[in-house]
Each structure stands twice: as structure tokens, then as C-alpha cells.
Design a protein around this ligand. Structure first.
Ligand code: NAD
Length: 494
């Protein structure tokens, strides 16, 4: 490894900044470009990362292709790949404090959440897929005639992974771990705003024994690099998480090359609160569902539907319950959420709220960010008297904003919940298990929580329907995204 770090950076020499990780080496972007990484909690520069060019994309894909074709990783027995992936998990655990600090500062997450959710999620992904790497097996098929037909599962080749800003570690490891478990090579392009934990991951993967070229990281501007990466003839699969808008572009571009895409896209999920629910618990759940990660959560429960008999009570209780949430200071472990990621995201959230209020919505709590506070802090905001066509109801807000509407019948609320282009998640809060099951099964969403919100696990698949994406991450389903099936028919005649 060549290290030529001269830039001051966050994280005290944990990885070389201003450089890309290609073919097992750290190197500057061709042309030497850099871009600043900002701390959302202060608006100040944290460090610089390399601003890759399309020449760097080509170099990273070539390195991944060479490594794949050499069999240095793809040809290892699953058990050997498993040993190394489990070592990655161990090293992440060993460095969870530093990694948590980086994720906290880079993405503006409270330190407790960055460590307990994000870093633990990354450990979980490598442990889970480390175990599954040993269990990739085929089958024998019954056929007429004197033949032996068997089916084996093989890696695809080079995977291009593109991730969004909101869960940099979790959403990169939910791609890298299964892709590597299956034997593929990977080129990771992290979000423009939150690239730092990917660079530290590169160090960790190399130390764990992932061979050179099998894992590569290129930082830079997605709109400058995306088409080259997604459309590269040596890329065999694209794993994309991000907005529906960019996801549609990525799918179209990959489609021209007939390359498959697994895509996890936007959401605007409905949380249905029935009058028979344990109200205090359901209100806390509704709050967690919209403030988690400052609402920058693709599965945020941003639309709350409350059965009419308890609607007014819920509106009365929400302001105090919201006021009790510790938030803002990301260095305090008990903080529940921090700032939005950027000025752009802050302005977008503020605009959606003010447009919705102008259209007739009533502010129950929040909606009043402190103009003198540095960083991009937006308070938890609840809006009532909304209609389905109001901007904060109809669109993905991606901020700590909840809209609340009453409903009278199951039919009506199911229709409202499904009345969106998205289909990522849903929630049903009820004391009646049969009702919870009945309503959940009719929600058009990839995951539904009954009496809760947001529980994720590497073993539990997630993904969307409709405009929320194709395919699944996590679980054996997530591994299958990175495998292909080959049938071999052996003629036993003569
Ligand atoms: P984004 O779509 O702006 O960017 C996502 C990634 O795409 C970034 O790495 C970006 O650099 C890259 N990109 C930009 N232009 C590109 C192009 N032309 N070709 C290829 N890549 C390109 O999303 P964001 O703002 O970072 O993240 C927020 C969005 O992500 C929200 O809509 C959210 O719902 C969604 N999201 C979905 C999930 C899920 O699992 N379904 C999870 C997290 C976030």
C-alpha cells in the first residue's frame, strides 16, 4: 500500500484522505482533483476527498475485472471467503469507536446512533454474509434419459455499488458483504456528501485479507461518474440505492447495456394507527418513525393515519411527546437525531413545509428552525389538517416532518396508504393481531411493521415495490442478487 497523505483530516490517520482506493493502492484522482467534505452539524469543512474522473472509473473497473478473472477471490472456496469476511466484521468491531466518530461527523448522526445502528449494522452484514458464503450450493435435477443435470450458482463478475448519503456504512455494506460473499469484485461509489466511512472500510477490507482489486472505492461527484460506471461494458451488475429520480436514470442507462440493477429507491410510507392500539406506545412509535435519522430514512413513517375516535387525543399528545425528544447535539449519546445533511436538503424540507402550511395545513409542533444556529438543524415538525395533494403528503420529504390525517374505515385507510407512487414500507399499530395481519397483507410495500417501526436485521429482506425499487437487500434474497444460475447437463451415454 502506498500512503502519501499530507492533508489534515478527521479521524487521525485512519485512512489516507484525498485519495482513491484502486487495485489495493491509494492514489490521487487522475488530474489531482479534490472536493471538500462538510460537517452537517457545523457547515464547516471536515476534510477533502479525491474527485475522481471517468479515467479513474475505468481504472477501478479494470482492477475489479482483473481480480475477478484471476480467480484470486472468485475462485476461493466459500469457507475461505467466509473466514476473511468474518475477519472484516471483527476489525470493524475493533474500530467501532473511530468508525462511529467518522460516520457521526460526516453524516451528522448522533454518536450513539452512529455506533449502535450504523457501525453495528455493518458488522451484522459481514457476519451474516460471512456465514452465508459457506452455504452457496447447487442442486441436482431429475431428468429423463441417461444424463446427470445439476445446477450451480456462480458470482456475476464486477458489481458497481452506488450509495446515498443517509446511511453510508449500512447501505454500502449491505451491498459489499453479499457481493463479496458470492465471489464478485466491487467498485463502490459512495455519496458525494458522505464518502469517509467507505475509505476507512477500504483499509479494513485490505487488512482483513481481501485481495487487491477485489474492492475499490472511487469518491467524487455522482453526476460526473455515474454514467461511465453504470454503463461500463465490464460491469456485470449495478447495485444502486438513492432517489427514485436518479434510480430511474441509472436503470435506463444500465438497460442500454442489458445489465441488471438492484435498486432501493425513495419512499413515502404510511403508518396506520387504529383506535384499539396501546396509544402511548403507538405515539412513541409514530415519533420514532419520522424523526429517526432526522427523517432522512427511506422508510420513514412520514404519513400518519389515525382512526377518528382517537385522532384529537393523538394531536393533543404529540407536541409534548415531540418536545421530550433530545436532539441536536450529535456528541451526546442520548441525542435521537441531528442535522439534515446539507443546506440543499434543509432548504428543500423548509420549502415543503411552508408550501404545505400555505396550502392550509396546521402546524401542531415545530416548523421553526433557529436561523442563527450553524449547521442544518431542522426541528421535528407535525402538520395536521392536510390533504393527500399537499406537498409534504404527496412527496418524499426526507426530513423530520410528520403529516397526520384521520380515517374512518379500513378500506379508506388502505386506499390512502397505497395511494402513492412509492411502496417501500408501512406500519400498523393495533391491539388486534388479526387486523394487523389483514391490513399489512394489503399494503403495497416491501416491509410492514405491526406494533413497531423500523426494525431492520441483516436476515430480514427489504426493498420496494412500484417506484421504490427492484430487488431486495439483506437475507438470502440479498445474496441471490449477486449470484447467477448455471445448469450443467452431463451426458452419461457411452
Ligand atoms: P441521490 O439519488 O441523489 O444519490 C444517490 C447516489 O447516486 C449518490 O452516490 C450519487 O452520487 C449518485 N448519483 C448521482 N447522479 C448519478 C448518476 N447520473 N448516475 C449514477 N449515480 C448517480 O440520493 P441521495 O440524496 O444521496 O439519497 C436520498 C434518496 O435515497 C432518498 O430518495 C431516499 O429515499 C433514497 N434511499 C433509499 C433507500 C432504500 O433502501 N430504498 C435507502 C436510503 C436512501
Amino acid at each position: 500500500m502506498t500512503v502519501t497523505d499530507t492533508t489534515p483530516h478527521v479521524g487521525e490517520n485512519l485512512f489516507p484522505t484525498g485519495q482513491l482506493f484502486i487495485a489495493g493502492h491509494w492514489r490521487a484522482a487522475s488530474g489531482g482533483g479534490l472536493m471538500a467534505v462538510e460537517a452537517p452539524a457545523t457547515g464547516e469543512r471536515l476534510t477533502d476527498v479525491a474527485r475522481a474522473t471517468t479515467a479513474d472509473v475505468d481504472a477501478a473497473v479494470a482492477a475489479a475485472r482483473t481480480a475477478f478473472d484471476s480467480g484470486v477471490w472468485s475462485g476461493l472456496p466459500g469457507r475461505e471467503r467466509a473466514r476473511i469476511l468474518l475477519e472484516v466484521a471483527r476489525l470493524i468491531r475493533e474500530r467501532s469507536e473511530q468508525l462511529g466518530q467518522i460516520e457521526s461527523q460526516d453524516a451528522g448522526k448522533p454518536i450513539g446512533m452512529a455506533t449502535n445502528v450504523d457501525v453495528n449494522g455493518a458488522i451484522g452484514a459481514f457476519e451474516y454474509y460471512g456465514m452465508l458464503a459457506q452455504q452457496i450450493d447447487g442442486s441436482v435435477r431429475e431428468t429423463p434419459g441417461n444424463v446427470h443435470a445439476y445446477v450451480q450458482r456462480e458470482p456475476l463478475g464486477v458489481v458497481a455499488a452506488i450509495t446515498p448519503f443517509n446511511f453510508p456504512l449500512i447501505l454500502s455494506t449491505s451491498k459489499i458483504a453479499p457481493a463479496l460473499a458470492a465471489g464478485n469484485s466491487v467498485v463502490l461509489k459512495p455519496a458525494d456528501d458522505t464518502p469517509l466511512s467507505s475509505l476507512m472500510l477500504a483499509e479494513i477490507l485490505q487488512e482483513a485479507g481481501i485481495p487487491d482489486g477485489v474492492f475499490n472505492v472511487i469518491t467524487g461527484v455522482g453526476s460526473e461518474l455515474g454514467d461511465r460506471l453504470v454503463g461500463h461494458p465490464e460491469v456485470d451488475k449495478v447495485a444502486f440505492t438513492g432517489s427514485t429520480e436518479v434510480g430511474a436514470h441509472v436503470a435506463g442507462h444500465a438497460g442500454k447495456n442489458l445489465r441488471p440493477v438492484v435498486s432501493e429507491l425513495g419512499g413515502n410510507s404510511a403508518n396506520i394507527l387504529f383506535a384499539d392500539a396501546d396509544l402511548d406506545r403507538a405515539i412513541n412509535t409514530a415519533i420514532e418513525a419520522f424523526v429517526f435519522n432526522a427523517g432522512q430514512f427511506c422508510m420513514a413513517g412520514s404519513r400518519l393515519y389515525v382512526e377518528r375516535p382517537v385522532y384529537e387525543r393523538v394531536l393533543e399528545q404529540l407536541p409534548q411527546a415531540v418536545a421530550n425528544i433530545p436532539w441536536g447535539d450529535i456528541t451526546r449519546p442520548e441525542s435521537v437525531f441531528g442535522p439534515l445533511i446539507s443546506r440543499k436538503q434543509f432548504d428543500r424540507v423548509a420549502r415543503l413545509v411552508s408550501e404545505t402550511v400555505a396550502a392550509g395545513a396546521r402546524v401542531i409542533v415545530g416548523g421553526n428552525p433557529d436561523p442563527d444556529r450553524p449547521g442544518y438543524f431542522y426541528p421535528a415538525t407535525v402538520l395536521a389538517d392536510v390533504r393527500e395533494d399537499h406537498p409534504a403528503v404527496a412527496r418524499e420529504v426526507f426530513g423530520p416532518v410528520l403529516t397526520v390525517q384521520p380515517f374512518d374505515t379500513e378500506e379508506e385507510v388502505i386506499e390512502a396508504a397505497n395511494g402513492t407512487a412509492y411502496g417501500l414500507a408501512g406500519g400498523v399499530q393495533t391491539g388486534n393481531t388479526a387486523k394487523g395481519h389483514r391490513v399489512s397483507s394489503r399494503l403495497k410495500a416491501g416491509i410492514v411493521w405491526i406494533n413497531g417501526w423500523g426494525l431492520m436485521d441483516p436476515a430480514v429482506p427489504f426493498g420496494g415495490v412500484k417506484a421504490s425499487g427492484w430487488g431486495r437487500e439483506n437475507g438470502p434474497e440479498g445474496l441471490n442478487e449477486y449470484l447467477q444460475t448455471k445448469s450443467i447437463v452431463l451426458n452419461l451415454e457411452g
